[in-house]
Structures are given as C-alpha cells and as structure tokens.
Design a protein. Structure first.
Length: 295
C-alpha cells in the first residue's frame, strides 16, 4: 500500500482492522496512528514502535521480490519493521512483559506533523513503558539512543539584473558557493555519549534559487540538515548551525531533539543480554556481548 507521508489513511485503516481482530489486544486509534496493547498485569511494559509512512516515491514501484530480497518504496525504512511488529502482535499471546505496539504516521517529514508527537500530547498514558524499541532498519544490531535532527535555510543574497547586463547585478547562486565551501570543509564531531560514539553530520539537502532564464538571481537558499548527538540540546544545535554559517542569514525551519542511549537501565540491559553476537556496525557497550551502534 502506498503511504507517503500524509497519505497513510488506507494503510492505517488496514492495520487497525487487523489488530482489532486479535483477541488479546486492546486497540486505540488517533488519526493515522494505531496503538495496540496487551493488558496482562505484568510489572514491566515494553513498547515496539514504527512509522508507517515512507519518503516520496522515486521510481521504486511496484514492489518486487528478487533473489530473496524485497525492493520497493519503504520496504526497508520501515515497512519491514512494521511487518515484524504486526506479526509479533498477532502471535505473542503471553509475553513476559506487557507489550505496546505503536504504528504512527508522518515520521519522514517535519517534527510537528509526527504522529508519535501527537500521541504524546493526546494520550501520553499509551506510551508508558520501561523500554522502547523503534523497529528501524539496523541490520539486526541494537542502536542506543538517537541523534537529533535539524533543518535550516541558509540564504545568500545578491542583486537582480538582466543577464545581458550581468555586471550590474550580483549573482546570489554564485554567492551561495561560499555556503557549499563551508559544508565541504566541515568536520563533523564524533562525541562519546554514555560510552557510545555518535557521528554527526551537516549536509545540504536542497538548493533553490533563480528567477528566469535571463535574470541574475538576487537570492539563493541552501537547505541543510544537521544530525546532532544527544549531548547537545536543540538550542545548542541551533547556535552551532548559526555559528558555522556566520555571515549568512540562517532560519531554523524544523527540529527534533536526540535521545541518550539509556542502555544502563535494567530493561535495556536485559535486551542487550538476550541478543549476543559480534557486529562491525559500531562499538560494543561495556560489559555486554551485544553491539550497540548509534545512528
């Protein structure tokens, strides 16, 4: 089912219908988000969550199987994880902890539209638990915590002129080359947070500018995405972006905070102990046989 962000209604309805047919679950809907819970009276509760939306379609439909692999929009990020959670929801009738399954919308777009954020405002009680596992693709290893994300528009200014008299203007697209130079020379941090090494990133994700084919543009906007480690707050991340692009106009357009790993919590430690095995994906959490790699 196609479910690009904002168009998840059909998929959300299908998920809700499937879950309401499972007798050991109580099911709650909130817009295009669906929450299903066991209520066995266990002393602990684990949350399995995943987003049902995808990025825009880009020549990757229809979905197909090839040599044992599934290809298609969202097959990896993250309908495969959603499928695993749905199978567990249907078959896991007596889990040791109670389990809450959360399927939410609009994760791939700006934070304010995120269905998980909406649930946290409308029904925070549904999100209570000792441990949350987001079923994002990680090649089967545990990734502790997550980085924050921030989008900013960095604007280069010029002076509009006719291209036949280009010397009378200042080409803002050319001026924006300085913004790209900053990005090319940028050295991202790799801070250690609670024993895990995070790899930050600052990248251009969109460039827009131009008026007409015979006009020197007076504005060019470079949209950048900053992925910042959870040792920085959103305010600190915004201050860093403004410092990096000092001399240019900077507008923060979207932001979501990071989360520290929390792998020392007993519930997380139990999960780590239950999934031993070496991995080249990242560093090993001290005292645990399981790899823990932050994204």
């Amino acid at each position: 089912m196609e479910s690009v962000s904002g168009g998840e209604a059909d998929l959300a309805a299908a998920i809700e219908r499937a879950l309401r047919g499972v007798p050991h679950l109580s099911v709650h809907g909130d817009g295009n988000a669906v929450v299903a819970r066991t209520t066995l009276g266990r002393p602990q509760r684990v949350i399995l969550a995943g987003h049902i939306d995808t990025v825009p379609i880009a020549g990757n439909l229809p979905s197909r199987r090839e040599d044992g692999l599934l290809y298609g929009c969202g097959s990896c990020d993250m309908k495969s994880g959603v499928a695993v959670a749905l199978r567990l929801a249907a078959r896991l009738t007596a889990p040791r902890p109670d389990v809450t399954y959360v399927f939410y919308d609009c994760e791939e777009v700006e934070a304010e539209r995120n269905g998980l954020l909406r649930l946290s405002r409308h029904r925070p009680d549904l999100l209570h638990g000792e441990l949350a596992v987001l079923m994002e693709p990680t090649a089967g290893v545990i990734e502790g915590g997550c980085q924050g994300t921030m989008r900013a528009e960095v604007t280069a200014r010029g002076k509009r002129a006719h291209s036949a008299r280009s010397w009378m203007g200042l080409n803002a697209i050319h001026v924006a080359g300085g913004i790209l130079d900053v990005l090319r020379s940028y050295q991202p941090r790799q801070p250690v947070v609670d024993g895990l090494t995070y790899h930050e990133g600052l990248n251009a994700v969109r460039v827009s500018g131009g008026v007409a084919g015979n006009v020197i543009p007076d504005e060019c906007v470079v949209t950048v995405n900053y992925r910042f480690a959870p040792d920085r707050s959103e305010a600190e991340a915004a201050a860093h972006v403004r410092e990096v692009f000092s001399g240019y106009e900077v507008e923060i357009t979207d932001s979501a905070p990071g989360a520290r790993p929390g792998l020392g919590h007993p519930a997380a430690a139990a999960l780590l102990a239950a999934c031993p095995g070496p991995s080249s994906a990242g560093p090993t959490w001290p005292g645990s046989p399981c790899s823990a790699c932050p994204r």
